[in-house]
Design a protein around this ligand. Structure first.
Ligand code: PLP
Length: 394
């Protein structure tokens, strides 16, 4: 029987492992076992010890490999564990190019940990391919990309960067957290490793901290498997199960949240108190065309700029539905303030160079009724305007 073609949204639910062998359970069993009995003295079974491999984690690793069209998947204890483990593929004396507005935790790992092991780096604005190519050194072994980036949604041309990487024998790593396999498949653009903070959209319920990695070719997969087992920052069986459950609804969740994001963005874009909206779905976004070429959706995260800190504060204090917190990609909308949350460690001058002003807020759209969110934004903006007594004419 020929297999019916499966779109990625079908694969979220039915992977190649459809039901558990034996019982027919539609959900993957949680194997809470650190060790596995070996039936034969001479040849051991597929699992021996759960750091090296666990059937529940294996189901998740196979699932993400299939979704990203890679050869091998890996599940880690956090997004940072996945990212750090992948960067441990580098050796002393190597150099890595990193996107300038990289996730704060990655910034910290590269600049404060890798450096101590003589693995050096250059941060570069990857929206500019020429500048990126010029930053390559004779010992550059990897290029590390995030697109869209956080919080200003800068877009990097994946195929363009992969071309530069290949011409210089560099590996390409892509953090695909914001897009997920629903909207963007970096391996198809020639990237070597795709990384996820699965804490965000893949899990989707603000309950799990997890990271995933997928390699394009088998030999790199072998190397990352070796590091995963050596370093040992693996995801436990119960969290692997929760993540498998989260992935099942990813298509419905992200499509719905992205639709709401577009409606909210259009509302904010027309609001006189809003100075700027950052969202790759806007035709006015400088990376819009490139993003459309390499991704199937604009996603559920956007940022918007209010005139100053005081108005941003009043907005946050008056908005009622979203939680005010770090993180993103959940069923509940999450409002965050990059200046004191994700980018607190960055000096003000560096922040402002990147567009992260004291009036900037980031919003991750959840699954609430869209018009409730609009109404909430509307009343909070009105209140913020009144609260500051407004010398601004709106
Ligand atoms: C949250 C996040 C990470 C880090 O993931 P953790 O699961 O928190 O360790 C890395 N990259 C991006 C883009 C993120 O949003």
């Amino acid at each position: 029987m020929n297999q019916v073609k499966r779109h990625v949204e079908t694969k979220f639910i039915h992977g190649s492992q459809r039901v558990a062998a034996g019982s027919g359970a539609v959900n993957t069993p949680i194997y809470l076992s650190s060790t596995f009995h070996q039936n034969s003295f001479d040849s051991f079974g597929p699992f021996d010890y759960s750091r090296s491999g666990n059937p529940t984690r294996q189901a998740l690793e196979d699932k993400i490999a299939e979704l990203e069209n890679g050869t091998r998947g890996f599940a880690f204890a956090s997004g940072m564990a996945a990212i750090s483990s992948a960067l441990l593929l580098l050796s002393a004396g190597d150099h890595v190019l990193v996107t300038g507005d990289v996730y704060g935790g990655t910034y910290r790992f590269v600049s404060e940990v890798l450096k101590r092991y003589q693995i050096n780096h250059t941060f570069v604005d990857m929206t500019d391919l020429d500048e990126t190519a010029r930053a390559i050194q004779s010992n550059t072994k990897a290029i590390y990309i995030e697109t869209p980036s956080n919080p200003c949604m800068n877009i990097t041309d994946l195929a363009g960067l992969v071309k530069i990487a290949k011409a210089n024998n560099c590996l390409t790593f892509v953090d695909n957290t914001f897009m997920t396999p629903l909207y963007q498949n970096p391996l198809e653009h020639g990237a070597d490793i795709v990384l996820h903070s699965a804490t965000k959209f893949l899990s989707g319920h603000s309950d799990v901290i997890a990271g995933l990695a997928v390699t394009r070719d088998e030999s790199l997969g072998e190397k990352l498997a070796f590091i995963q087992n050596s370093f040992g920052a693996i995801l436990g069986a119960q969290d692997s199960y929760l993540l498998l459950q989260g992935i099942k609804t990813l298509g419905a969740r992200l499509n719905q949240s992205s639709q709401s994001a577009q409606v909210l963005v259009d509302y904010l874009n027309a609001h006189p108190l809003i100075e700027k909206v950052y969202y790759p779905g806007l035709t006015s976004h400088p990376g819009h065309t490139i993003h459309q070429r390499q991704a199937k959706g604009a996603g559920a995260v956007f940022s918007f700029q209010l005139p100053n800190r005081e108005i941003a504060k009043a907005f946050v204090e008056h908005v009622q539905i979203p939680v005010f917190a770090v993180s993103l990609g959940a069923v509940e909308s999450i409002l965050s303030y990059p200046t004191t949350m994700s980018h607190a460690a960055m000096p003000q001058e560096e922040r402002e160079k990147r567009g992260i002003t004291d009036g900037l807020l980031r919003f991750s759209v959840g699954l609430e009724y869209t018009n409730d969110l609009i109404a909430d934004f509307h009343q909070a903006l009105q209140a913020a305007k009144k609260h500051v007594g407004i010398s601004i004419s709106v």
